[in-house]
Design a binder for this molecule. Structure first.
Ligand code: HEM
Length: 319
């Protein structure tokens, strides 16, 4: 792939910054070994826009979108001439009390719409096309919960960047010209111990998160206090520049099975930003002072992907 002039070539990102939806499906698959499977997967994802149009056009106000992420191993199997500069496997982060596990996944499909039936129909057609080339390793159906709350009861997503700063935080720019307009994404599926969480006084919950519960106001904390989730995830570099990511977490669950979760999804221009957040959460900042949200939430999966621009995604099949 030749270098592009970022000023002149119109680059269209995938729907990374799609507006918050009322439903989402997070689908992770591995591509099976064996001749032809990588080629099948490559052809299907290059043409994914056709499936989005087939389902999405049936109800345009339903705002169906799908973002495709490609893991490092799959990228290499696709036989591309070069690799996005920061694409690597997700490494486990082992803290003294909690671990961010790494689990296998070659492709991520982040399917969003305002109707769960549209997400379902899209996933059904997608998997039919992928056929025996892939194995589903994780499938989570998320829902918007009242005023964008997670199942811990807090409003989740408030400090997401918006407008131009959203693109700045989430999209690769001229620092990697062949992959400009792309993004990196990290996902983790968390399961909560809701009984234990709900047994905490609300004030304690608020200090763990760093915001008030009912009205979502940021808490001021003194420097000598143990850092909240919000503070551990505020990343400021040596030059005083704050680095943001774009999140679209979704609650999911099956009360009848005692399952209550948050699917974390974070898009970023620089993957080190999310990795730094995770180190702060799991190892702690300072070391040992880990994120107490983890005493009530266990990461069951963890994987990293590159999200190509539409132009690069469509070209993958022809390589
Ligand atoms: C159990 C899983 C998680 C839950 C329930 C959760 C919940 C929340 C809540 C309620 C907030 C405050 C409101 C907001 O600004 O969104 C927040 C903030 C934030 N979280 Fe999480 N989160 C989880 C995991 C993560 C992970 C794994 C990361 C990054 C690796 C992360 C990064 C952030 C960031 C960057 C903020 C905004 C900080 C700020 O600038 O104020 N979260 N989260």
């Amino acid at each position: 792939m030749s270098s592009k002039n970022w000023d002149r070539v119109p680059i269209e990102p995938q729907d990374v910054s799609a507006p918050l939806s009322t439903a989402a499906i997070f689908l992770s698959v591995t591509i099976d070994e064996g001749v032809g499977n990588a080629a099948t997967a490559r052809d299907v994802i290059s043409d994914i826009g056709a499936i989005v149009r087939a389902v999405g056009f049936r109800d345009l106000p339903g705002r169906l979108s799908c973002v495709v992420g490609i893991g490092r191993k799959a990228w290499d199997r696709f036989g591309q001439p070069s690799r996005p500069s920061q694409l690597h496997d997700f490494s486990p982060i082992v803290g003294e009390a909690h671990t961010a596990v790494a689990t296998p996944a070659d492709l991520l499909f982040h399917i969003r719409a305002d109707r769960v039936d549209m997400c379902f129909e899209f996933e059904r057609l997608l998997l039919a096309r992928l056929g025996v080339a892939v194995t589903v390793v994780d499938e989570v159906v998320g829902f918007r919960y009242f005023d964008s709350r997670d199942l811990l009861g807090f409003v989740d997503g408030t400090e997401n960047p918006t407008g131009a700063s959203m693109n700045d935080a989430a999209l690769i720019g001229e620092e990697d010209p062949d992959f400009a307009g792309g993004s990196y994404v990290i996902v983790q599926k968390y399961l909560h111990n809701l009984d234990a969480w709900n047994a905490l006084p609300v004030l304690t919950q608020e200090y763990i998160i760093g915001r008030t519960k009912s009205d979502n106001v940021e808490l001021e904390v003194s420097a000598d206090e143990r850092k909240s989730h919000k503070d551990l995830n505020t990343i400021v570099d040596e030059d005083g520049v704050e680095h943001d990511i774009l999140r679209d977490n979704m609650p999911f669950g099956r009360p009848g099975h005692g399952e209550f979760g948050t699917y974390f999804i974070g898009y970023c221009r620089d993957i080190w930003v999310i990795e730094r957040m995770l180190r702060n959460m799991f190892i702690g900042n300072p070391g040992g002072a880990y994120d107490r949200i983890l005493d009530f939430s266990t990461a069951k999966t963890g994987a990293a992907f590159f999200v190509p621009s539409i132009e690069v995604l469509e070209a993958i099949a022809s390589q």
